[in-house]
Design a protein around this ligand. Structure first.
Ligand SMILES: Nc1nc2c(c(=O)[nH]1)N(C=O)[C@@H](CNc1ccc(C(=O)N[C@@H](CCC(=O)O)C(=O)O)cc1)CN2
Ligand SMILES: Nc1ncnc2c1ncn2[C@@H]1O[C@H](COP(=O)(O)OP(=O)(O)OP(=O)(O)O)[C@@H](O)[C@H]1O
Length: 197
């Protein structure tokens, strides 16, 4: 849909700048530093998961220097019986994603963006989804890669959305649009916090 006004054009351009700046800063971080921040972030995730107690947990395969949560998820999964980890699957452009259960060593295929996901499996609804953040704000609004996949997926799903990212992506406002649904929680290396109302 075409932007309605000069103000919309302005805020779309600003969102693009915020998204790109956060992505650039994250990708410029040395790998060792990223790993160190991810360990701290994971410790805060432990605390939040103890509170939320999901049985089915959605997360993302790391992409473009996002926090790599695979090891942490493996530990979470085996720490109690019946826990299921799930990855999002982009079946169609401009549509909601589905989640499929994931276990280490299972066959994976690449989606249209080159991100691995389980090759087969029934779709499921996670109790909690860990949503990657590029830029984000204290109200829980986020900027992803601009595909609108999470916006569409979370709009139709009864799940707790937990934004996961590094502090370097925090901005005063992401200039949220009417379709944006805020995360309930934000977890970074600095802690886990409920998004502000
Ligand atoms: N780790 C991870 N996996 C994820 C997501 C995510 O944010 N992080 N997604 C959350 O939505 C979905 C994939 N969404 C994506 C949307 C756009 C682009 C992307 O690279 N877009 C290009 C331009 C278009 C293209 O090349 O297809 C770009 O940003 O330059 C990548 C992933 C599902 N898997
Ligand atoms: N609930 C929705 N239903 C239909 N289209 C939507 C919905 N949410 C977002 N979109 C479309 O997706 C486009 C991209 O949205 P946005 O810029 O917020 O992406 P993003 O949050 O960065 O991406 P992602 O959710 O993939 O991480 C929007 O311009 C809008 O057209």
């Amino acid at each position: 849909m075409a932007p309605a006004s000069a103000l919309d054009v302005d805020s779309a351009a600003q969102r693009k700048r915020l998204r790109e700046a956060a992505l650039r800063a994250r990708q410029a971080m040395p790998e060792a530093q990223r790993a160190c921040l991810t360990l701290r972030l994971a410790a805060h995730l432990d605390g939040l998961m103890a509170l939320l107690q999901p049985r089915r947990l959605g997360f993302c395969w790391p992409y473009r220097a996002e926090p790599d949560l695979r090891q942490w998820v493996c530990g979470w999964r085996v720490a109690a019986p019946g826990r299921v980890a799930a990855l999002p699957v982009v079946l169609e452009r401009d549509a909601a994603m589905v989640f499929r259960a994931w276990e280490p060593d299972q066959p994976m295929v690449l989606d249209r963006h080159g991100i691995p996901h389980p090759a087969a499996g029934d779709s499921l609804i996670p109790d909690v989804v860990l949503v990657p953040l590029n830029a984000f704000d204290d109200c829980g609004f986020r900027l992803g890669y601009g595909g609108g996949y999470f916006d569409r997926t979370l709009a139709g799903m009864d799940t707790v959305a937990v934004g996961v990212g590094f502090e370097l992506g925090r901005v005063p406002s992401t200039l949220p649009q009417p379709h944006d649904k805020p995360m309930e929680w934000i977890v970074t290396e600095a802690g886990a916090a409920r998004a502000l109302p």
